[in-house]
Design a protein around this ligand. Structure first.
Ligand SMILES: Cc1cc2nc3c(=O)[nH]c(=O)nc-3n(C[C@H](O)[C@H](O)[C@H](O)COP(=O)(O)O)c2cc1C
Length: 207
């Protein structure tokens, strides 16, 4: 392989393209697409999103201190793009994209019924970094679509067909290349994720 050096920029892909739901100080809901997001701590569970101050979502989170990260499936690709190019300052994007608002129980925030995963967050720290302000938040609760949970309580995330954002393109997950720890497993067997609660706890503690 031969690499060409490029000037410093954002080139860490793929990322999830999530739909962040929030509400204004006087209770008007909004939804906005965010790709600058990530998991930042296992215990306590924390994640971050980075927003430009010009976003309505930024104003909402500054006013309320809470938001919900909704992970869209591939079926929400159009809504995900739309909510990233139109502002809640000018229109109701839920109505425009036919999205259903539910109320998240721990934050009283709007939450998307159509997203298979919704993560309720409360801002813990705000970091002004430059173009973007990073909201580092505690995860208060996670809501997952029941049809992706098996009888043992295992959640099959990939079955949600989460939408991925890669350098300007929306994609699906593609082919699986193994499960966590497969490179050191002696015998072929079920993945840790499928082995029940104790092993799943081991998996969670490893990250
Ligand atoms: C794929 C995609 C990813 C985006 N990621 C971010 C992001 O991480 N941070 C941000 O401030 N804006 C991001 N945007 C832009 C906002 O979603 C966009 O400005 C939106 O209109 C803001 O909506 P609001 O004003 O209703 O909050 C992204 C847009 C797209 C299409």
């Amino acid at each position: 392989m031969a690499k060409t050096e490029w000037k410093a920029g954002n080139m860490l892909y793929p990322l999830p393209a999530v739909l962040v739901t929030s509400k204004s100080g006087d209770g008007v809901p909004d939804v906005c697409t965010v790709a600058w997001c990530g998991t930042v701590c296992t215990n306590p569970p924390m994640l971050s999103i980075s927003l430009r101050p010009s976003r309505k979502t930024y104003e909402n989170i500054m006013a309320t201190g809470v938001f919900v990260v909704n992970v869209p499936g591939e079926d929400l690709a159009r809504a995900t793009d739309y909510c990233g190019v139109r502002s809640g300052k000018n229109e109701d994007k839920f109505k425009a994209m036919n999205l259903t608002v539910e109320t998240a129980p721990h934050t009283d925030c709007p939450m998307l019924a159509e997203a298979p995963v919704s993560i309720e967050c409360k801002v813990n720290k705000t970091e002004e970094l430059g173009s973007h302000t990073m909201f580092i938040a505690d995860v208060l609760a996670v809501h997952v679509e029941e049809s992706f949970v098996d009888e043992q309580g295992g959640f099959h995330f990939s079955d949600c067909r989460p939408l991925v954002y890669s350098h300007g393109e929306y994609c699906g997950l593609g082919k699986s290349h193994g499960t966590f720890g497969w490179s050191v497993r002696k015998k072929k067997g079920p993945s840790l994720m499928k082995k029940g609660r104790k092993k799943r706890k081991d998996y969670e503690n490893f990250h």
